[in-house]
Design a protein around this ligand. Structure first.
Ligand code: ZN
Length: 324
């Protein structure tokens, strides 16, 4: 069994298979793993380390070598900035001070988390090592913002993009962690293809509350006199944008419940959805979904939230009655 939450999707990722291909011809000296998903990059580093030292290169996550990595007991593996803070030049200097020391085994691995938080001075320091890398050393940089890296550093590292994961993959990952299907569905849809973000959402009581409020809104918005109360319920949420995200996912699910077979989330349908969907026609749902998405855009452009939500609730009500 693996201790990595994201083991399956990371192992199946393109970035990992590209790196694994290098085992045959010899691992490079420098890699840059690019993704906004810091948590996934951290686990990717562990996976890479296991693959390097595991007898099978697979990695099995179970052999003595893999266990050593998982327990942080491999003396050839080094990490810098696991807390993802700014990296001071002396920290980097310290970290790299051992690169010329022979490895205990055959290779040493140096992982720098959020390397894009290094200033130019630190990056130039790193560049010196990149220019004359010892043969048995591989340095792997985790980078959230590629623009934060000096071109000179970037050009010397092989870039591996950790692509966004599809919703189905994220959903399966969350489900495998024992999270209930309804939460998995919302979190996978809101996670923007990021494993770490989706997991945070799944574990956040705020999102459960957003979900309940969105369901409530669709259930109890029956006449214009309901608008004022529901309006203030929306503004009790800490994050109105996130509320609209969740609302749009529920609407997608409701549309799916009406039989639009190509929608992925339909497979994880939640009991509330069917009952709710019976109160709205398909045409109404489609129009409401457009209105919600337009409201999301307006909020992202800093249009007045009160006016945006107010007009959205009127539109929902109107659409619902217009398209019975
Ligand atoms: Zn192994």
């Amino acid at each position: 069994m693996s201790n990595l939450k994201f083991f399956e999707p990371l192992k199946a990722s393109r970035a990992f298979s590209l790196l694994k291909n290098d085992f045959g011809k010899g691992l490079g000296h420098a890699y840059m793993v690019v993704s906004p998903d810091d948590d996934a990059v951290d686990e990717f580093f562990t996976l890479v380390a296991c693959a390097v030292y595991c007898d099978s290169h697979e990695p099995c996550m179970d052999c003595a070598e893999c266990r050593k990595i998982l327990n942080g007991n491999n003396g050839d593996v080094f990490h810098l900035n696991e807390k993802r803070e700014k990296i001071k030049v002396e920290d980097l200097q310290n970290f790299l001070s051992t690169v010329n020391v022979k490895p205990i085994g055959e290779r040493k691995m140096y992982f720098i988390h959020r390397a894009d938080l290094m200033n130019a001075q630190s990056q130039n320091k790193l560049l010196k090592t990149f220019e004359e890398p010892p043969a048995d050393v591989t340095i792997v940089l985790g980078v959230s913002n590629e623009a934060g890296m000096l071109e000179t550093v970037r050009s010397r590292a092989r870039t591996l993009y950790l692509d966004a994961f599809d919703e189905q993959t994220v959903y399966a990952m969350l489900l495998s962690l024992g999270i209930d299907a309804a939460t998995c569905s919302v979190a996978a849809a809101c996670g923007e293809g990021q494993l770490g973000k989706a997991l945070k959402i799944a574990n956040s009581p705020d999102y459960a509350e957003l979900y309940r409020s969105a369901i409530k809104l669709l259930r109890f918005l029956n006449r214009s006199s309901d608008i004022a109360a529901l309006d203030s319920a929306v503004f009790m949420q800490k994050d109105v944008g996130a509320f609209l995200d969740v609302l749009s996912i529920i609407l997608r699910d409701m549309l799916a419940a009406k039989g639009d077979g190509d929608l992925v989330v339909q497979k994880h349908i939640i009991e509330d959805i069917d009952a709710l969907a019976s109160n709205y026609s398909r045409h109404a749902l489609a129009d409401i979904l457009l209105a919600v998405n337009s409201a999301r855009r307006k909020l992202s452009l800093n249009v007045n939230p009160t006016a945006t939500v107010d007009s959205l609730l009127f539109t929902i009500l109107e659409d619902r009655h217009k398209w019975q």
